[in-house]
Design a protein around this ligand. Structure first.
Ligand code: FAD
Length: 293
């Protein structure tokens, strides 16, 4: 099915793009890698009056590491993250997640800004940004603001972005010493969206106990969900297979899985516990230095 006709604009600068988005408001859709938007256009699930192609905005392709933070431009592609190009190698969890996305063609075009703005509940990067306590940097013709990942994802394919606002970058804290991370996912075939995925970060104190644990889930609710009860239960514990599984079993996981043609809600709930345990096992082992990052 062909897309509904739309105007096309390819502004040369961020200022021009923001002016256009501000003038056209909800009639406009930004186009980044096109890996989600183009299928939505051809299926007529999106019917914008104008598509604003961001491809010429070089200012959104930069990566900066400064003061313990990594700032990744919205147009940085999944493939560059997978290869850990330049400073991108400073965030091993993001790098480990990238090859789980689609296939090599999708990763050659898809962008991190597009992934977080699209906010698919099963997508890997939103869960990783949530696990790392990341921040989404948004900009409109009115100015720039930073939105904590906890507040950015508000529902299925829905974010806190206002009409006219673009994601211009993602801010992630660079992991410090005695910190390990890992992502685990289950999908029907390699490259499919996850049925469920767990991204974990573990920081150990000098005695080898958990100073801080973070786990974010994908595919088991409308937004990437942190398992805060598990995180609290693990704090102060020596992370072993046993303590991790006890923390996961102590109270119901804060997830709201739905059943669909791929998996029932009960199966997704079961998977969430298994994947979270495996991700925490590996993150803790990496934090202890027993496995490389
Ligand atoms: P686009 O498709 O260009 O845009 C997506 C949406 O975000 C649109 O609504 C657009 O208007 C908006 N948008 C884009 N950039 C911005 C911005 N900077 N600011 C504000 N709004 C913006 N994803 C996964 O996470 N895991 C997978 O396993 C996976 N498998 C896939 C398999 C296939 C076959 C395909 C085609 C896609 C798959 N994807 C998967 C999706 C892929 O990761 C997309 O690249 C991503 O969801 C969107 O990024 P994009 O740059 O292509 O954005």
């Amino acid at each position: 099915m062909p897309a509904v006709p739309f105007e096309y604009a390819a502004p040369a600068t961020l200022t021009e793009a923001l002016e256009l988005l501000s003038t056209r408001g909800e009639d406009a859709k930004p186009l980044a890698g096109g890996q989600s938007l183009v299928p939505m256009l051809t299926l007529r699930l999106a019917r914008p009056a104008i598509v604003v192609d961001l491809d010429r905005l070089r200012e959104l392709r930069t990566v900066r590491r400064d003061n313990g933070m990594l700032e990744i431009g919205a147009l940085v592609r999944h493939g560059a993250i997978e290869r850990g190009e330049g400073a991108l190698g400073a965030c091993p969890l993001l790098q480990e997640a990238a090859p789980l996305i689609g296939n090599v063609r999708v990763r050659a075009l898809g962008t991190i800004g597009g992934s977080v703005a699209h906010a698919d509940p099963a997508a890997e990067f939103p869960a990783v940004v949530r696990a790392l306590d990341g921040t989404v940097v948004a900009q409109s013709a009115r100015g720039r603001r930073e939105i904590a990942a906890a507040d950015f994802f508000v529902g299925i394919l829905t974010t806190a972005l206002q009409p006219g606002e673009l994601v211009v970058g993602i801010l992630l804290p660079v992991p410090g010493a005695r910190t390990g991370s890992a992502i685990e996912e289950f999908s029907r075939r390699v490259g499919d969206f996850a049925i469920a995925a767990a991204a974990a970060v573990v920081e150990l104190d000098a005695a080898g106990r958990v100073a801080r644990a973070r786990v974010a889930m994908a595919g088991v609710g409308p937004v990437p969900q942190r398992l805060t009860r598990v995180e609290e239960a693990l704090t102060g514990e020596t992370p072993t297979g046993d303590t991790i599984r006890k923390a996961l079993a102590a109270r119901p996981l804060e997830i709201e899985p739905d059943g669909d043609v791929h998996a029932s809600a009960a199966y997704r709930r079961h998977l969430a516990g298994v994947l979270a345990a495996r991700a925490l096992d590996r993150a803790a082992a990496r934090a202890a230095g027993s496995v490389g990052p």
